[in-house]
Design a binder for this molecule. Structure first.
Ligand code: AHM
Ligand code: MG
Length: 290
């Protein structure tokens, strides 16, 4: 697939921005569990299912979108516009934080290929962070921009750029590593011991919140390979590829332990992968220890 309407990419990003205040506004009443599990076998919250349906309705209706896929549904939705972009989303990343009222996000990847696709096929990626304020980080054509999403009566009022040409700070200060420490592999534990002597811990249980810390202060985020789960926890199509694309576009590095996440060949739509993202030097150091 190639020769696409760049306008469609803008519409996709704009649609996620427009939907963000609604997702945020709908969280309070949707903290209970839904009666289903997602394709990865995790319990879905009413909020996960609702955000997925909202995004599917909006994104699948855009001219130039041929596939919609999400962490919350087993199958790809074919949108009828063949030859268009494929959109992959994590509608509510870190949704277990809803119970404890902590940050969550929405992740978007726009691929110029059929799903499952390689990270190198991304033409844009973005995330929304539902923190004390709602922000959105968009990577496109090698540039990363952070926006503040202002809403009025639960609807998008303005998407205001607050950091343009966003780049990771040269002097990193924070790290956040997922998984239980006794479940870490020896090589990752050795890396973590090294990092702990230099940086301070910032881990909040939502990848988007933790990656936003790294983009703001510099450092490294990992959800590593585990003894019990060599493939880690996070999904390649919906979470790791878009985040790797954003971090690399901001001058950082990404790895699955053996090379850039963006070069990984996907087998299935819901594949998981170990993920390490952050300042290039910290990712190179990880690879040299693996
Ligand atoms: P989710 O998409 O089902 O919410 O799960 C993904 C989240 C990530 O945001 C976060 O990095 C990780 O799971 C946290 O896992 P843990 O609770 O094991 O620390
Ligand atoms: Mg997620």
């Amino acid at each position: 697939m190639s020769g696409r309407d760049a306008d469609a990419v803008s519409k996709i990003v704009e649609t996620v921005a427009r939907t963000a205040p609604e997702i945020r506004g709908g969280l309070a009443g949707r903290r209970r569990k839904a009666d289903e599990e997602n394709p990865s076998g995790e319990t879905q919250l009413a909020a996960d299912v609702w955000a997925d349906e909202l995004l599917e309705r909006r994104l699948a209706a855009i001219d130039g979108v041929s596939q919609y896929a999400s962490e919350e549904r087993a199958e790809i939705v074919e949108c009828g516009d063949s030859g268009g972009y494929s959109v992959a989303v994590d509608p509510l990343d870190g949704s277990s934080n809803l119970k404890s009222n902590n940050s969550m996000g929405t992740i978007l990847g726009v691929y110029d290929a059929e799903l499952p696709a390689k990270g190198r096929d991304l033409v844009a990626a973005a995330y929304v962070l539902y923190g004390p304020i709602t922000t959105m980080v968009v990577a496109r054509e090698g540039e990363v921009t952070e926006y503040v999403i202002e809403s009025e009566d639960g609807e998008l009022a303005e998407r205001r750029a607050v950091r343009e040409d966003l780049a990771l700070p040269d002097d990193p200060t924070v790290y956040g590593f997922g998984g239980r420490v006794p479940d870490w592999t020896d090589r990752f534990a050795a890396y973590a011991r090294d990092i702990e002597t230099e940086l301070k811990l910032r881990y909040g249980g939502a990848m988007i919140g933790d990656v936003n810390q790294v983009l703001t202060y510099g450092g490294v985020f990992a959800y590593p390979e585990l003894e019990s789960r060599p493939e880690g926890k996070l999904r390649l199509q919906f979470e790791c590829n878009p985040i790797a694309y954003i971090v690399e576009s901001a001058g950082g590095g990404s790895s699955n332990g053996g090379g850039s996440i963006l070069d990984a060949d996907p087998d299935g739509l819901h594949d998981r992968t170990p993920v390490y993202v952050g300042n290039a030097e910290l990712i190179e150091r990880l690879e040299s220890m693996f």
